[in-house]
Write a protein that binds this ligand. Sequence first.
Ligand code: CO8
Length: 260
Amino acid sequence: MSYETLLTDVRGDGTRRTLLITLNRPKALNALNDQLMDELGAALKAADADAGIGAIVITGSEKAFAAGADIGVLAQHDFVKAYTTDLITRNWETIRTIRKPVIAAVAGFALGGGCELAMMCDIVIAADTAKFGQPEIKLGIIPGAGGTQRLPRAVGKAKAMDLALTGRMMGAEEAERAGLVSRVVPADKLLEEALDAATLICNLGVASVLAVKESVNRSFEGTLADGIMFERRLFHALFGTPDQIEGMDAFLNKRKAEFK
Ligand code: CO8
């Protein structure tokens, strides 16, 4: 399928490969509008349903992962129009429903909705040029796609308040220290690092990969006791699967596992 606001490419040569999605509105620093969010939702859903895809990488340009929601569009709304049309957020929940791992490879600006998009991904790998922020306060609004909820869970209340109340940007090193990103790499190595991580995941057992994602995400939803019980059920459920038998047999016989 081809899109107007995204470039898509399938990378790798294994049984399961990686879908690379590049946000592509360069003139507007990949500002997120309905068309882009609709296309992103469609691309992610198609990848989730495709047994040949094992992981997804979302990236932007060197200058911007995404500089937020399209302010030109936002400015045309009053409350009734925003509320009744579910302004820009209408496809946001789609991302949350994707079961395969999604890696954000972030260079340049990841602001507002761009930072929120990165936070919805499962792994965030940042170039040393990355800048994260929730600058909505400077526009007279607040984050609208999870920024006030996911940011404190990622970086703690103090830093989340600091970022969302002042609208300041945070560089890649600070973001890594704060726990928002998992690795920082030189900008020219960003895509390679993200695709390598995706390939590693593609070569693992599908059921255990999906179970890890589901179980870690569960830790954000309920109580610790519920999460531990959920994890235990999935842990037990994986015994007897071909991947568990292969993974353990390979370890015990000192050979590389070949997951089907
Ligand atoms: N929306 C629309 N256009 C944008 C946006 C944006 N968010 N960001 C940049 N652009 C455009 C600029 O207008 C400019 O266009 P043109 O060349 O036609 O004038 C072009 O991109 C390049 O931008 P700059 O000239 O400003 O580039 P600089 O390098 O000088 O500055 C910045 C880069 C700092 C990123 C600056 O562009 C900026 O501050 N952008 C706005 C950042 C922002 O406020 N983001 C938050 C938006 S609100 C939001 O995200 C709410 C989320 C709601 C949830 C739903 C999410 C989908």
